[in-house]
Design a protein around this ligand. Structure first.
Ligand code: SAM
Length: 371
């Protein structure tokens, strides 16, 4: 679908799921960080849009303002909102939307109009903090372009290098895949991936193999080149069951990943679109009301069979390496394994309730089978 040229455009159905995730996550994010004692936190909308869609639906900047407002009564932290929008007409429309939004004094909003995500982020966040030799405040960057230009991986990496900074990137897979072999775009794709390894895509003809290759390369760049501890990607499929986009989320915060998963698991299914965790193509998992706990069990047993681990280690594995949440593995997997005699607690606290795993330092031993 070509990028809209009008200042305000109709909202595509797939945007709704993206917004729902953003809203749920930001509600949790602003509450946690706001109560976490930080003097300032920042939300950056790198491709902010006009703030509204044709039928009056809210754009991402307004969703972010509202999400932060829902906890404002309890929060005294300053929340900085940086909305970057390159198109001046859209930026002007966004200004109207933001002006119409009643904001508490602790909210500081800035619309960086007529500049790119990179220029705006550098000018208003990175450069001033660097000049003062100060780290960035905890920052959530939402990166939501129409296409594949304007999101240099070098900048994503720079953002993730700061403690408490994280990114949610809407990676427009369908278009990227369509244009990736276009000879004029080589430099743009080098910048997007932060490497020229994407050029290996020409070896793959099969649609699935291409997707796995390109998706895997971006995941690997986030993990290995940018050093993000927790990386997951979420796939939106369209009515023809082809990949529309991936949302990549990268953070160094365990809590952040936990909250993002919570948002993903709760996102309503429209019926037209399918939303799944796609981080590991061999274990793609649909977000459905009844999670596939057998898959989680298999993953845990595969990883820990025959070895010992603390509950905290198992939980970190669940969060970092599987699509599941920390609320998913105790009752549905550990307790079942223990009941079957395939798991033993090595250092139970006196008076421990049977099949409870509340103590993170509790050591457990897994039998060598049990999948
Ligand atoms: C997909 S729309 C954003 C939608 C918005 N995030 C939302 O969810 O409501 C992308 C926006 O980015 C703007 N844009 C395009 N290139 C840009 C760049 N390099 N930097 C910042 N904004 C850009 C476009 O004018 C457009 O309004």
């Amino acid at each position: 679908m070509p990028a809209p040229t009008k200042t305000v455009w109709p909202m595509e159905p797939h945007t709704r799921a993206k917004h729902e995730i953003l809203r749920r996550y930001l509600e949790a994010w602003s509450a946690i960080l706001g109560l976490g004692g930080f003097p300032t936190i920042a939300y950056v909308d790198g491709f902010a849009g006009p703030g509204v869609y044709d039928n009056g639906e809210e754009g991402s900047p307004i969703i972010a303002l509202k999400a932060a407002l829902s906890h404002q009564a309890r929060i005294s932290t300053e929340v900085r909102f940086l909305f970057i929008e390159q198109d001046k007409k859209r930026a002007a429309r966004l200004q109207e939307c933001v002006d119409a939004f009643e904001r508490p004094p602790s909210f500081r909003t800035r619309i960086a109009e007529g500049m790119s995500f990179e220029e705006g982020f550098r000018k208003y966040l990175l450069d001033p903090h660097r000049e003062k030799n100060k780290p960035l405040p905890p920052t959530f960057a939402f990166i939501d372009p129409f296409g594949w230009t304007g999101v240099p991986f070098a900048l994503v990496k720079e953002i993730l290098a700061y403690q408490g900074c994280e990114v949610l990137f809407n990676f427009m897979y369908e278009e990227i895949n369509r244009f990736i072999e276009h000879p004029d775009q080589t430099k743009n794709f080098d910048a997007l991936f932060g490497t020229d390894e994407w050029r290996g895509v020409t070896e793959f003809v099969d649609a699935r193999a291409r997707r796995e290759f390109l998706h895997g390369l971006y995941v690997s760049q986030l993990r290995n080149a940018a050093g993000a501890r927790y990386v997951r990607s979420f796939e939106m499929r369209n009515k023809k069951d082809a990949t529309d986009y991936f949302l990549f989320f990268a953070t160094n915060s365990k809590k952040g990943m936990e909250k993002m998963k919570e948002a993903m698991w709760k996102v309503d299914e429209s019926g037209t679109f399918r939303f799944s965790d796609a981080t590991n193509p061999a274990q793609t998992l649909l977000f459905t009301p009844a999670p596939d706990f057998a898959g989680l069990r298999r993953a845990i047993v595969q990883r820990f069979a025959g070895s010992e681990a603390t509950v905290a280690e198992v939980e970190d594995f669940v969060l970092a390496e599987t699509p599941f949440r920390s609320t998913h593995y105790k009752k549905q997997v550990l307790a079942e394994l223990e009941k079957e005699g395939r798991l033993e607690v090595i250092n139970p606290q006196p008076g421990r309730r049977a099949r409870s795993y509340g103590e993170p330092s509790m050591r457990i031993k897994f039998a060598s089978d049990g999948a």
